[in-house]
Design a protein around this ligand. Structure first.
Ligand SMILES: Nc1ncnc2c1ncn2[C@@H]1O[C@H](COP(=O)(O)OP(=O)(O)OP(=O)(O)O)[C@@H](O)[C@H]1O
Ligand SMILES: [Mg+2]
Length: 253
């Protein structure tokens, strides 16, 4: 059997050539990394959970009119996506101080921000994804002023959607990161949400207890990461309540 063509292997996912031109198959690995790959482990079942969760969020965004790269889930670990030109930015939306912002500004983790704040880092692992002002992005031609205006309004819409969905299941959305891609409809460019939306790229705290249910569990050695992600998936109804990730995730199709 002919092997399919590998397009890119990253830290969390693999992209393969898709069945039709302009599509990719996105495979979710179990690998977990933190600190730009400084800390690594394999968390059994993580890829299955993130595939499901990213599908759930992308479909939800599509339903409220926010375009995404998602076409359909193929199986437990793979989804069919539209190939895009990734804008080399991490688009970060923060509702509460945490992570690098809390550190940089000496703020307490969890302090409420006066309003959602959108910030950008330049996607470059070697440089440690440095924070960049919009001025740089436009000057270096990574995106136009029009793109940036569209990206900010898209990011805030995603934030409203994600915050609401999470609030509905007793989870506070502290912050998250998305990637945006450009697709061409003939000669017209359009921006879509790409990559993944999962607990790997959000901070999620239980509203009642403050318990962390995201990748900080791995970064800070707070317990079992797959248990935390399973809890998020279970609350969202993405997993039936009697299914856990042990020993191998048994998920419905
Ligand atoms: N629809 C898409 N079309 C093209 N590339 C995509 C699409 N969605 C995501 N990507 C890219 O595919 C890769 C997914 O792999 P992964 O997230 O594991 O990479 P990574 O190790 O985090 O590295 P990177 O710094 O490139 O994100 C990323 O580079 C991401 O930008
Ligand atoms: Mg990535």
């Amino acid at each position: 059997m002919a092997r399919r063509k590998l397009i890119y292997e990253g830290k969390a996912k693999i992209l393969y050539e898709g069945p039709e031109p302009g599509t990719y198959v996105q495979y979710f690995k179990d690998d977990a990394t933190a600190g730009n790959g400084a800390k690594k482990d394999v968390i059994e079942g993580k890829g299955v959970l993130n595939n499901r969760l990213s599908e759930y969020f992308m479909v939800g965004l599509g339903n409220i009119g926010i375009p995404t790269h998602f076409i359909r889930r193929l199986n437990m670990r793979e989804q069919l996506i539209r190939q895009v030109e990734i804008i080399p930015l991490e688009v970060i939306v923060r509702n509460f101080a945490a992570g690098s912002m809390a550190k940089r500004l000496g703020m307490e983790e969890g302090a409420a921000l006066p309003r959602p704040i959108v910030e950008f880092s330049y996607k470059d692992d070697k440089l440690g994804d440095p924070l960049v002002p919009e001025e740089y992005i436009i000057a270096f031609g990574w995106a136009s002023q029009q793109d940036m205006d569209d990206i900010v309004s898209m990011a805030l819409r995603v934030n409203d959607f994600m915050s609401g969905v999470m609030y509905g299941v007793g989870i506070k959305l502290i912050d998250f990161k998305i990637e945006i891609g450009r697709v061409w409809d003939n000669e017209f460019p359009r921006l879509v949400v790409a990559d993944e939306i999962s607990p790997d790229c959000c901070r999620l705290w239980d509203i009642e207890t403050g318990q962390k249910l995201d990748k900080d569990v791995f970064r800070q050695d707070l317990g079992n990461l797959a248990d935390a992600y399973t809890e998020v998936a279970r609350r969202l109804g993405v997993l039936p309540s009697n299914v856990t990730h042990r020993p191998k995730p048994t998920l419905i199709n």
